[in-house]
Design a protein around this ligand. Structure first.
Ligand code: ADP
Ligand code: MG
Length: 742
């Protein structure tokens, strides 16, 4: 196979059966996929895997030594071979039926790796019919041919030593594909690649030199076939560097390329719509709002499309900044589209835009709402107004992305709560115009390294302070089981607020005992954010149950309580939300449908039930619903999480930290794995293998600098043609994916 490359399909290299199993088990299709399927850990041949306490019912791979072997006749016929393997302390029984010949291989003292499902029989842990591979034939006998016995012995010893130092890679395996079968397939792939001329390294040589990074072929060789422990560590470091660098280069390159595509400049006009709007604003812009507005205004006035991320605390007033940008575009007869993650939020944005614009500007700009649950006639009116260019502002949900939506002249895209969307969705909307300007907004503070990874193709502006006059929020964690009196106090406190003319939110993680908040197709199931729990977890507090509980309380008899969930019809949701805004509902029992952006300044208190079931940033967002006006906010996080558990720590972190950016950093520390990227992950390869934004912040920053430096010196990457080609291919693939999705 002289032409084998990383793109070659696996079946021609490792055989059809193994290829099929690799695809089914791990989605591996090409040689490149396989050589990037990295060992999960390494065992040392000299070190045996502890056998005590192996989990019954699980598939394990252990490194052990054969202790003894017995064969016996079964009463009902057939022969049973029993071998015991040991780690020197514990032992594990291997059983084989009618496979007496295995006694020739499984001799006392032999070492190897054994894999199978752990079961228990009469108090003894065992593996029935395990797969195994023994470490034996470590030297080719032909090597010693013609040597003196002494020389041969010396060679034997040297080989044995080298062999005993060689770590054993343990791959993520399935029952069909034991670790060593994967190892053999990888070895075959590596050897075939080498025979076909080797693996081309796309990284510039000087960069590898200066960073001390191993050549790609060598790194892959050592990560899969290390000769000693240091090998795989160096190899992993090198591969991780590559991931970080390639990701940052892809992001920066994309940003640079987006800049080169000509968009439409929307000039700033001194006495126009924007000036009229500013005059009507009931408040002064804060310094940060004005600054952000300034940066955005000059970018929109440029022919190069803007790609900016506006990060600001909940309630920091991002919407008005976005609306001002829309006015600049509208001045030039251009259209703007505001994409919101939920129907509730889209509807609220629509109302507040109409209100903030005032009657005259509203008539002139004709803002329209577009969601998939709107009545058909209304929806058609919106679509027409957008296609004709009459409507200069569109506000909507994912419905904006659908095929039937066309714009006359889409000049600006505003994505609210950007973290709830993937890059593809931003792209799908972008394709409805000619390189429109993009303003992404997020109220979920993102630690810098995450921002670099997830939004690395955007420039970032911060609004760190909320407008003056806000009273802020006080948050308490209330452990329900430990302090039942405190929990009861929470419900009384809510009553006191209502008596004082204020309103209260109660937030539950579920709609009913059997239904979580995922019924709404337009609702991003952010609940997945809360850590998955075991099957034995108690039922979640639900809206239904809370409504029933409050209904039974005598002290809540005169209180106007209503429910709001994603399972309700959209006009019903809208009606409830309006009633709550108008002060006609005292206590709103809801799911996370009220999470983002909902703005009712008279709401002063929030009670969150089973708070540990929400993510940290989600809790921070939720509590941002209160304390928005002149009233101080109070947030009570009811929890059943045990003291000292990570779940409890997360709830307590939210109670202790009111600064969203600090909280985001603490959240990052509390999370172990990089599940932060989620659907928002962008850039280079579709998944990161070794790079963890939670752990490798410094590396990411460093890689960013190196990538930026390279692009500054050589924007077209003429000095690194292979790298340029790789980037172009990835970008092409991504565009194809986007086209397929839009
Ligand atoms: P977010 O950043 O969470 O989207 P919003 O844009 O919804 O915040 O703003 C929250 C509230 O603050 C709105 O009622 C808005 O009218 C108000 N607001 C925005 N800017 C100012 C300001 N400079 N001074 C006073 N109130 C402001
Ligand atoms: Mg908002």
């Amino acid at each position: 196979m002289a032409d084998t490359t990383l793109d070659t399909r696996l079946d021609g290299v490792v055989g059809g059966r193994t290829a099929k199993a690799l695809e089914r088990g791990f989605g591996l299709r090409t040689v490149g996929d396989l050589v990037w399927h990295l060992p999960r850990r390494y065992s040392e041949r000299g070190e045996l895997t502890p056998l005590l306490g192996l989990p019954v019912g699980e598939h394990v791979t252990v490194l052990a030594q054969v202790l003894d072997v017995r064969s016996r006749q079964m009463q009902r016929g057939g022969k049973l071979l029993e071998a015991r393997i040991t780690d020197g302390v514990g032992s594990l029984q291997l059983t084989f039926f009618n496979q007496a010949w295995r006694a020739n291989e499984l001799v006392a003292g032999a070492r190897g790796i054994f894999a199978g499902k752990v079961s228990e029989y009469r108090g003894q842990l065992q593996l029935q019919h395990p797969d195994y591979e023994l470490f034996e034939k470590h030297r080719d006998p032909s090597e010693t041919e013609g040597l003196t016995p002494e020389a041969s012995e010396m060679l034997d010893q040297a080989a044995a030593l080298a062999y005993s130092e060689r770590p054993v890679p343990i791959y993520p395996a399935t029952s069909q594909l034991p670790s060593w079968t994967i190892g053999h397939a990888v070895a075959l792939a590596l050897d075939t690649l080498k025979a076909a001329g080797g693996i081309w390294d796309t990284l510039p040589f000087e960069l590898r030199e200066s960073e001390g990074v191993l050549d790609l072929e060598q790194a892959l060789e050592l990560v899969h076939r290390p000769a000693k422990r240091g090998d795989w560590q160096r190899a992993r470091d090198s591969l991780r560097f590559r991931e970080a660098f390639e990701l940052q280069l892809a992001l920066l390159d994309r940003r640079q390329r987006a800049h080169r595509l000509p968009g439409t400049a929307r000039a700033r006009v001194a006495e126009g719509l924007l000036a009229e709007f500013d005059r009507g604003l009931p408040f002064e812009l804060t310094g940060e709002q004005a600054e952000a507005g300034e940066a955005i205004a000059s970018e929109i006035a440029d022919i190069r499309p803007m790609h900016r991320l506006l990060q600001g605390e909940v309630g920091s007033g991002k919407t008005v900044v976005a609306l001002r940008a829309m006015l600049q575009v509208a001045e030039d007869s251009g259209q703007s589209a505001l994409l919101a993650p939920t129907e509730v939020l889209a509807a609220q944005h629509f109302r507040s835009v109409v209100e903030t614009l005032g009657p005259a500007l509203t008539e002139q700009l004709h803002p329209v709402l577009l969601t998939s649950k709107m009545p058909v006639a209304e929806r058609r009116r919106s679509l027409l107004a957008l296609a004709s260019g009459q409507a200069r502002i569109a506000i909507g949900t994912h419905a904006l992305l659908s095929e039937g939506v066309t714009f006359f002249d889409l000049g600006l895209i505003v994505v609210d709560e950007q973290h709830r969307f993937g890059v593809e969705q931003r792209e799908a909307l972008r394709l409805k115009g000619t390189n429109p300007h993009v303003l992404a907004m997020t109220a979920t503070p993102i630690p810098r390294t995450v921002a670099l990874t997830v939004f690395g193709d955007l420039e970032t502006t911060f609004i760190r302070r909320v407008p003056p006059g806000r009273q802020g929020i006080t948050t308490f964690a209330v452990p329900v089981h430990e302090r039942p009196k405190w929990a009861e106090r929470a419900w009384l406190r809510a009553l006191e607020e209502v008596a004082a003319g204020r309103q209260v939110y109660v937030v539950c993680p579920a709609i009913s005992a059997s239904k979580r908040e995922d019924g709404d197709a337009e609702f991003d199931p952010a609940l997945a954010d809360s850590e998955g729990s075991g099957a034995a977890a108690p039922p979640l507090a639900s809206v239904e149950q809370t409504m029933a509980e409050l209904g039974e309380r005598a002290d809540y008899a005169g209180i106007r309580v209503a429910a709001l969930t994603g399972a309700m019809k959209s006009d019903e949701k809208d009606r409830v939300m309006r009633a709550f805004s108008a002060g006609e509902i005292d206590v709103l029992v809801a799911t996370t449908v009220i999470e983002v952006g909902v703005n009712v300044p008279n709401a002063s208190t929030m009670i969150v039930r089973d708070a540990e079931r929400f993510g940290v940033s989600q809790l921070h967002q939720l509590r941002g619903r209160v304390g928005r006006g002149e009233l101080p906010g109070l947030c009570l996080l009811l929890t059943n999480a045990e003291q000292g558990s990570v779940a409890r720590e997360r709830v307590e972190a939210v109670a202790e930290t009111s600064d969203g950016f600090d909280l985001a950093e603490r959240d990052l520390e509390l999370r172990r794995e990089g599940d932060i990227l989620g659907t928002a992950q962008s850039g280079g390869r579709s998944t990161l293998r070794l790079l963890r934004v939670t752990e490798h912040g410094e590396l990411i920053e460093h890689a960013r600098e190196l990538a930026a430096y390279l692009l500054r010196r050589d924007p077209l990457l003429e000095s690194a043609p292979l790298l340029a080609q790789q980037l172009a291919e990835e970008e092409k693939q991504r565009n194809l994916d986007n086209l397929a999705k839009s």
